[in-house]
Design a protein around this ligand. Structure first.
Ligand code: NAG
Length: 181
């Protein structure tokens, strides 16, 4: 039966296939668009303070958590990651270190969302960690951590991709000073 309904059905099916092929092509082609992102992050100071972690933690008796407060600088140019299939970038700074009990520790210190190419050049100093820097062992004894800049590229269509900068030199955590409540 070659009536109107059958024709409409065929046209619709063809259009849907064509749209999916196009979206697939966009998704695949944006994986091969060349880009030269550059980024570095470093710490300018680390202060370790003892305190009580009372936001999500219920240990109200002790004040033996050691908080590390860092000040960092970021120098990055991620503008080449913006193309027609880039919706936004999720950019974050990770501190990596190992301790005798936990070999691989990664803590996010700071993050941001970049929605425009013109905002993708980050040159900032004096950034404090957004998130509390506390080790699972509660102490920062003999810890050396490096920091690196990471980014997720969120596309309009297709796969989220990931990149990172090289890790900085290792930074030694100092002995604690002061009391923080
Ligand atoms: C950064 O620290 C992690 C954890 O200690 C380590 O595996 C990695 O090799 C370090 N990277 C550099 C470049 O030092």
């Amino acid at each position: 039966m070659n009536n109107l309904q059958n024709r409409a059905n065929a046209v619709l099916a063809f259009s849907i296939s064509a749209i999916f092929c196009l979206l697939g092509a966009i998704a695949l082609s944006s994986l091969v668009i060349p880009s030269q992102p550059s980024g570095s992050v470093g710490l300018d100071s680390i202060k370790v303070l003892t305190g009580r972690y009372d936001k999500n933690w219920v240990d109200y008796r002790t004040r033996d958590n050691e908080f590390a407060n860092t000040v960092m600088h970021i120098d990055a140019d991620l503008s080449s990651l913006f193309h027609w299939n880039t919706k936004q970038l999720f950019v974050y700074v990770v501190a990596e270190y190992s301790t005798p009990t936990h070999l691989k520790n990664e803590i996010v210190l700071w993050d941001t969302i970049i929605k425009r190419k013109s905002a993708a050049v980050i040159r900032k100093k004096g950034i404090k960690n957004k998130y509390s820097l506390i080790d699972v062992n509660k102490k920062w004894t003999n810890v050396n951590a490096n920091v690196s800049l990471h980014w997720n590229i969120v596309p309009y269509v297709g796969f989220m991709t990931y990149g990172r900068s090289q890790a900085s030199e290792p930074y030694a955590f100092p002995l604690p000073s002061g009391i923080q409540t």
